[in-house]
Design a protein around this ligand. Structure first.
Ligand code: NAD
Length: 360
C-alpha cells in the first residue's frame, strides 16, 4: 500500500531553489521505486519572505510547516538583507522556525567519505574513518537567555548583555536525545561544557551524569569545550557522539564539519519531542554562486535522506539516496567545491542528473 507523506519545502534564498529542485527530483524517483507518495507544499522563509511579506517567517509558513510531516529547508540570507534591523533579518526567520516548532535538538553528522578524503585540510591518517554526530541544544542557552540587550549604564557607557541559562528539563531532554543517538551508533557519548568556570555548565554536567544511569550501554565522558576543540583537530576518531549546549555546539559542529573539508556535503536535522522536524544543509545560501548552476546539491540531497531516516522513519529510502550519492562520487562526478584532478566537472543540474541515473 502506498504511504503518503506531506513535506513542506522551504527553498529560501541564494542557491536554495537550485539545490531544492535536485532533492525533490531525487525524492520523487525514490518514492516511485518504494511506493512512497510525497505531497510537497512550498512556503516562504528568509529574504524571499521579507521581499514578499515584510517578515522573514510569515505566520502562514509556520502553519503550513506545523500541518505537515516534515520540513525540508534549503538556505536563507544574502547581501541584500544584511543591513536590515536584527528582527527583520533572514536569520531571525530561521530562529523563529526552530522556536515555533520547538526543535530543541540539532543533529549534525560529520562523516568522511573515502572518495573525498583529499578535501580535508588534515592529514589522511587523522581523518580516515571519522564518523561523528554532534547533538547540539538548539532553543536554549545564551542565544535565548534573559536578560539580553545593550543597556546604558549609570556612567553613560553602553553594556552588552547575553545570558547563558539552562533548566534541568532543558538539559534532560537534549541529554536523552543524545544518549539514544549514541545507542544507535557506537555507544560512546562525550558531553562538552565549561564546568570549571560556568555555573550553568556545572548543572549541565550534573544532569547529564545523572541521566547516564538510564543508559547503561552508553559510555559517557566529559570534556571542557576548549579541550574538545583541541581534540577534534588532534585526533577526531576518538569521538562517536558529542552532546553540548547551543553556543558550544554551534562552534564545535562547524569545526567537526570542516574535518570533512566540504561544506557542500553536510546535512543536518533539527527535531523536537513530536511534530515535524526540519532537515537542511549545514551551508548557507552561497550568494556568490547563486543562479550560476555551480552549487553542490549533495548536502541538500543528504538532508532529504536524513528526513527520510529520522523524520519519516523510512530507512530503506534513506539508504537508497545515500547509496546513490556514494555511487556518483565513485563515478567521478564533482561540483566545483569538491573538484579534484581527473574527475568529471558537473554543475548543480548535472549532479542531479547523475543521481537520477544512479538511482535508475
Ligand atoms: P555559505 O555557506 O553560504 O558560503 C560559504 C562558502 O561556501 C561560499 O564560498 C559558498 O560559495 C560556498 N558554498 C556553500 N554552500 C555551497 C554549496 N552547496 N556548493 C558549493 N559551494 C558552496 O556561508 P556565508 O557566505 O557565510 O553566508 C552566506 C549567506 O548565507 C549569509 O546571508 C548567511 O547569513 C547565510 N547563512 C544561512 C545559513 C542557513 O540557511 N542555515 C547558514 C549559514 C549562513
Amino acid at each position: 500500500m502506498t504511504q503518503t507523506f506531506r513535506i513542506t519545502l522551504l527553498p529560501g534564498d541564494g542557491i536554495g531553489p537550485e539545490i531544492m529542485a535536485v532533492a525533490v527530483d531525487v525524492m520523487k524517483q525514490v518514492g516511485s521505486q518504494l511506493d512512497l507518495n510525497f505531497e510537497f507544499q512550498e512556503a516562504l522563509i528568509g529574504g524571499v519572505a521579507i521581499d514578499e511579506t515584510s517578515t522573514p517567517l510569515p505566520e502562514k509558513t509556520l502553519d503550513i510547516c506545523r500541518g505537515g510531516d516534515a520540513v525540508l529547508l534549503a538556505a536563507i540570507g544574502g547581501y541584500k538583507w544584511d543591513s536590515l534591523p536584527r528582527h527583520q533579518r533572514p536569520e531571525t526567520g530561521l530562529l523563529g522556525l526552530r522556536a515555533g516548532l520547538e526543535l530543541f535538538a540539532n543533529l549534525r553528522p560529520a562523516t568522511i567519505l573515502p572518495q573525498l578524503i583529499d578535501a580535508s585540510s588534515l592529514k589522511q591518517e587523522v581523518v580516515e574513518g571519522v564518523d561523528i554526530m554532534v547533538v547540539r541544544e538548539l532553543t536554549g542557552g545564551i542565544y535565548f537567555g534573559e536578560p539580553k540587550g545593550i543597556f546604558q549604564t549609570e556612567t553613560g557607557e553602553k553594556r552588552g548583555v547575553s545570558t547563558m541559562a539552562y533548566k534541568d528539563s532543558e538539559i534532560d531532554r537534549i541529554g536523552r536525545v543524545a544518549f539514544k543517538t549514541a545507542q544507535k551508533r557506537q555507544g560512546r557519548l562525550c558531553s562538552v561544557d565549561k564546568a570549571n568556570v560556568l555555573e550553568v555548565s556545572q548543572l549541565w554536567r550534573d544532569r547529564i551524569t545523572a541521566l547516564a544511569d538510564d543508559y547503561p550501554n552508553v559510555e559517557l565522558s566529559h570534556l571542557y569545550v576548549d579541550n574538545a576543540a583541541m581534540q577534534l583537530v588532534r585526533w577526531p576518531k576518538q569521538f562517536d557522539t558529542i552532546v553540548t549546549g547551543n553556543l558550544f555546539g554551534d562552534i564545535l559542529s562547524d569545526a567537526a564539519a570542516m574535518l570533512t573539508g566540504s561544506i557542500g556535503m553536510l546535512p543536518s536535522a533539527s527535531i523536537g519531542a513530536d511534530g515535524p522536524g526540519v532537515f537542511e544543509p549545514v551551508h548557507g545560501s552561497a550568494p556568490d554562486i547563486a543562479g550560476q548552476d555551480k552549487a553542490n546539491p549533495l548536502a541538500q540531497v543528504l538532508s532529504a535522506a536524513m528526513m527520510l531516516r529520522y523524520g519519516l522513519h523510512q530507512p530503506a529510502a534513506a539508504d537508497k539516496i545515500e547509496d546513490a550519492v556514494v555511487k556518483v562520487l565513485d563515478q567521478g562526478y564533482r561540483t566545483g567545491d569538491i573538484m579534484a584532478e581527473g574527475m568529471t566537472a558537473v554543475g548543480c543540474q548535472g549532479m542531479g542528473e547523475a543521481l537520477l541515473n544512479a538511482l535508475a
